[in-house]
Design a binder for this molecule. Sequence first.
Ligand code: CP
Length: 359
Amino acid sequence: MVIKAAAKIDHEVDPKKKEDMLGLYPNPQNLLEEHATIDTSVLKELSFSSILSARMFGKLLFCELCKLAAFLQLKKMPIRDVLYDKIMAAAFFEPSTRTRLSFESAMLNLGGKTLSVAEAATTSIAKGESLLDIGQMFNSYADVVVVRHTEQKALQDLSHYLRIPLINGGNGSDEHPTQALSDWYALLKWKPEIANSKLEDSKKLQLGIIGTPGNMRSVKSFLILSLLFSENIKKITIVSEMADPLGEDVQDFCNKSTIPIDVSNDLQQVVGQLDVLYMNAIAYLGDSYRHLGSQFKLSSKSGLKKGAVILHPLARRDELSMDLDNTDHNLYFNQADGAVFIRQALLLAIFDRVENNSI
Ligand code: CP
């Protein structure tokens, strides 16, 4: 089935909100052609599925999901109460601002209900309860659960005990797949032609990743999703202080792509060539999170290419200067803002409620 946008736009995007936004704010309409449609049969692939890795998204599936997010962001679909009978548990055993709150906001916007665990200490884990026993409770109390955990293995283990879809909200140093959906939703609003057609060489993107995909989950999931657009990415440069920032697993995955991947430890040398800079500095090393790459900093004086955009999953510290916030290099606030809509689209697809919402 194909869904067309509602002929009448129910609510315009609040223009005041756009004016108040710092940085670049590309119009979601950029993702939709004049008579845009969503092929809902493609989204069926996500119906009642768990989302554990960015690897499960093919290009067509991801692009249809982005179109649905754009419909939602532009309020071209009525969504009130569509998930009225669903409960989402957001179980975060590690701190979060954006992921937990944007998932909750997405669910509430769809008329669903939320249960939230903001830290492990408020659960019976403090009394020695196992995560697997908590999993049994998720089955009883919710229809979908978003989990963030410090341990890479925790989500895979938990998935064996769950009868409801499990969404990975970040598992140790492994992956953060829905962050990558937000990252690329922002990039496709900025340059929709990346998804639509093969670009001539001079228009292909040079991507820079400041971080270590081998042990930074957001960076890793971003890199995995980036490979979907291989025909329009000229090169990816990883800027890292580590000798082997990819690690064996990510290297094997990248070897399947045609995109050349370089490694540099000199940001100054490469910054002027990059069209997109994806930056993160928090890595899981040993048994805790560390702030890495203190020599890699971006500011308005870094010599960024004209028109280049910066993505950062946030939280940031001094690696990303606030003097970039009010510039057109700043796509990071839009990246966080759009997260609500791509997560709404994901929840609608998981609950197979897209068609019910058609006009
Ligand atoms: N991007 C992201 O994962 O942010 P939080 O840690 O605040 O959820």
